[in-house]
Design a protein around this ligand. Structure first.
Ligand code: AN7
Length: 354
């Protein structure tokens, strides 16, 4: 295995973690940063890039933190990895625990986790527990149960190794661009990831970008500056009402001159569809940055300097939530009788349609 596979081996020098013998990795990180082309974008506008975090081994950014958290847990002799989750943390914890030969237990809001994520938890063989209520209820219950269990490790983002590993996405963006972006738009649920990006640019000694935290209107805890008791949104990954990392996320936004911005479920689904038309298929939560970008542009609130660089963080793969996608993307089918000539006519019609 090349020395550079995975986040831990690539960045352990930055973290002063050189003594690690066994790294639990699935080859996470090094995700693509590709140009995004909003149809409303002027020719001489800012550059817009998208970071495809859905290309990680379990299809979301969670793998960056999970490799570090599970590596450290294993090294400390822990035997069980536990988390509360809206789905992606559960999928990632289940995968890395399987890789480590550890037991995984995931607690999820019953009936509110996307089917692809449930499938992953089943495939990797984790024990699945459901609670009634949102993610916040699941996490609170689990934290109470965690006391006095020396062989258990909580792998939610309250685990500092998770946030540390997630910093790596900021390093990669800086490597790819040769500098930090001017503006970074990222979905915010529990507020761990925005915290990680902020710390990541700081650790490199770079001036962090302006942070724009995108939230669903029905779960806009940061935008509204208060906890939301019953968060509701089509973007189930960020259906979170009490963000654990609130103070750090507030700091990231305040110190960089950024903002938290809420977008409606309709805007999120429209953004998901527009990205798919550019070949980028993300889950609804991950379409939030694009919806926010569109909203800011419409308001004239965006940088218009053609030399400025905007990065959108596409946190999770579209295949994770097939139910929502099937509703958002109706099939386009046509009848064909199997004859060459009629196929030519259908193709001609299709060319004109596009
Ligand atoms: C696709 O899996 O909280 O603000 O339990 O899955 O760091 O919470 C997922 C969160 C954005 C928000 N995009 O990140 C979980 C969970 C996707 C996500 C977020 C999540 P944070």
């Amino acid at each position: 295995m090349p020395h550079t596979v995975g986040i831990v081996r690539r960045y352990q020098h930055l973290w002063q973690l050189e003594g690690i013998e066994e790294v639990i990795t699935l080859g996470e990180g090094r995700t693509p940063l590709i140009p995004v082309h909003p149809p409303w974008h002027p020719q001489k506008g800012p550059q817009v890039w998208g970071k495809l975090e859905g290309c990680n081994p379990t299809g979301s950014f969670k793998d960056r933190g999970m490799t570090v958290a599970v590596t450290m847990a294993k090294a400390q002799g822990k035997r069980v990895a536990l988390c509360a989750s809206t789905g992606n943390t559960a999928a990632s914890a289940a995968a890395y625990a399987a890789r480590a030969g550890m037991t995984a237990v995931v607690v999820i809001p019953g009936g509110k986790v996307a089917p692809g994520k449930l499938l992953q938890v089943q495939a990797y063989g984790a024990l699945l527990l459901e609670v009634e209520g949102a993610f916040d209820v699941a996490l609170a219950a689990l934290r109470r149960a965690m006391a006095d269990q020396p062989e258990w490790e909580l792998v939610n983002s309250v685990n500092p190794w998770r946030i540390l590993g997630q910093e790596s996405a900021a390093y990669e963006i800086a490597e790819d661009l040769g500098r930090a972006p001017d503006l970074l738009v990222i979905p915010v649920g529990n507020a761990g990831n925005i915290t990680a990006y902020h710390r990541g640019f700081q650790r490199l000694g770079l001036k962090p970008p302006r942070f724009i935290g995108g939230q669903a209107a029905g779960a806009a805890s940061m935008v509204e500056g208060r906890d939301i008791e019953h968060p509701e949104t089509v973007a189930s990954a960020i259906r979170i009402g009490k963000p654990v990392s609130r103070p750090y996320a507030e700091e990231a936004v305040r110190t960089t001159g950024g903002a938290f911005v809420a977008v409606s479920d309709e805007a999120i689904l429209a953004a998901q569809a527009e990205l798919a038309r550019q070949g980028i298929f993300v889950e609804p939560a991950s379409a939030t940055p694009y919806a926010v970008l569109t909203k800011l542009w419409d308001q004239g609130a965006l940088l218009r300097d053609p030399d400025s660089i905007i990065v959108l963080i596409f946190t999770g793969n579209g295949l994770k939530d097939a139910d929502t996608a099937l509703r958002n993307f109706p099939a386009r089918r046509a009848q064909w009788d199997g004859q060459p000539l009629s196929l030519a006519a259908l193709v001609q019609r299709e060319v004109e349609h596009v």
